[in-house]
Design a protein. Structure first.
Length: 432
């Protein structure tokens, strides 16, 4: 299968909305934030840490503000405010379903984030399910599984497909393939269409961690033939504590309720009758209504903008950033599949002579630039890319040994931010 075929579905952004309805790229809150730097000056903040948490879109903030006056309980209230809030909450579910191109009968379960969504699905797997997962995954996808086969980082996309094919063929009983759509370490796009095909050929299902993809590219669950996708609002310009698990109903309808409490039950007496509808079954208690409204507002804003303008600007800025960093002696960009492999707006790198923490602190304290440093909650993958060995003493996500710096961009990132980072790193290298 060619690279074009493997990646085409993840890279066709424009089908999200007709061009006639495209709007200007929305603004983010905090674009005018000023931060102190060495010497007491205030400078405009260059936020290059979108892969951790993206800023709030103005339309998202507006949607939450509009919902607050009538905020009330959902699903079980007779009052007008409760009915209105319930309608907004359920409309948010429909919006999220459309945003990821889900099938009409797919469940949309609101969660806290991608980690929460992944753990929810892990609790619903049929007895005896074996999960196949690559060591390139974020811990949220690597750790929740009771029975897992872990695969080594593949040297190229075709090897990822081959390794998954061989692993799934050797497993009897229920099986699930778990893979990221876009790496949170390198930004590289994974061949999720080809992997879904392989999974289904072996009677397996596939879960795609879309946390880093959906802020940057259109995702169509139906076209890609995915069984489940998980993503977070806080990476999708909706930092109000909501995420989503979207996918097939049967495992979710039969799995143990994620939380046991009000709303998840049909009746309680000497025995308990749980909902067989996955959405109420796994959303016990009062849900994060404002988080769901915010998440839907972000989906609406990105869809209305149209993906062409978003992708074009991101690709321009990320190419400038990668080119600038490549021109600096001692700077090494981390990549699994090479410089030419398609990716979203994430660049991780090391600077010779400095720890990752030293670079990040200097960028913040001297230049007003925010980046992430560490192992990005993907310890095995970062160790592989850096060629370092790991162990119990090798620290956690905040450890500065065997770590890297990650710069990530999105809506609100500017050429000045990118150029400031490049020149700051150049300046740091010149001091060695």
């Amino acid at each position: 299968m060619s690279t074009l075929t493997i990646f085409s579905s993840a890279r066709t952004p424009e089908a999200a909305a007709p061009s006639a309805t495209n709007r200007p790229i929305p603004a983010v809150l905090g674009a005018d934030l000023e931060v102190p730097v060495k010497g007491g000056r205030l400078v405009g903040y260059a936020n290059l840490d979108y892969a951790a948490s993206a800023p709030c879109l103005e339309p998202v903030s507006a949607a939450v503000t509009a919902a607050l006056p009538a905020y009330s309980s959902v699903h079980r209230g007779a009052g007008y405010a409760s009915q209105l809030t319930t309608a907004r909450y359920e409309q948010a579910r429909h919006t999220v379903r459309a945003f990821v191109g889900a099938r009409p009968d797919d469940s949309v379960i609101f969660t806290r984030n991608t980690t929460d969504a992944t753990n929810l699905l892990a609790g619903c797997l049929p007895e005896g399910t074996t999960t196949v997962v690559f060591d390139t995954e974020h811990h949220a996808s690597l750790l929740p599984w009771r029975h897992a086969v872990r695969l080594a980082p593949p040297a190229f996309p075709g090897e990822a497909v081959r390794a998954a094919d061989e692993a799934l063929a050797a497993i009897e009983g229920p099986k699930l393939l778990v893979v990221t759509a876009a790496s949170n370490v390198t930004g590289e796009l994974w061949p999720i269409a080809a992997l879904a095909h392989i999974a289904h050929r072996h009677g397996a299902r596939i879960l795609v961690d879309a946390a880093q993809l959906v802020p940057h590219r259109r995702l169509n669950l139906t076209a890609l033939d995915l069984d489940y996708v998980a993503f977070s609002g806080h990476k999708l310009y909706a930092p109000f504590g909501a995420g989503a698990l979207v996918g097939r109903r049967d495992w979710l309808a039969e799995g143990e309720p994620y939380l046991k409490g009000g709303g998840a039950v049909r009746s309680v007496g000497e025995s308990v009758e749980w909902h067989d509808d996955p959405e109420p079954r796994h959303e016990a208690g009062t849900p994060n209504v404002l988080g769901a409204i915010a998440l839907a507002a972000a989906c609406d804003a990105l869809t209305a903008t149209g993906w062409t303008a978003l992708v074009r600007e991101e690709e321009r800025l990320i190419a400038r950033l990668r080119s600038g960093l490549a021109s600096i002696d001692g700077v090494r960009e981390l990549s699994l599949w090479g410089d030419d492999h398609p990716r979203v707006g994430i660049v991780s790198f090391t600077v010779a002579g400095y720890s990752a923490r030293e670079v990040a602190e200097a960028l913040s304290g001297e230049y007003g630039i925010g980046v992430r440093d560490g192992k990005f909650c993907a310890h095995p993958f970062v160790r592989h890319l850096l060629g370092t060995s790991g162990g119990a003493s090798d620290g956690d996500c905040m450890d500065d040994t065997g770590s890297a710096v990650r710069a990530s961009i999105g809506i609100g990132s500017t050429q000045e931010h990118v150029d400031r980072l490049i020149e700051a790193v150049r300046d740091l290298v010149s001091r060695r």
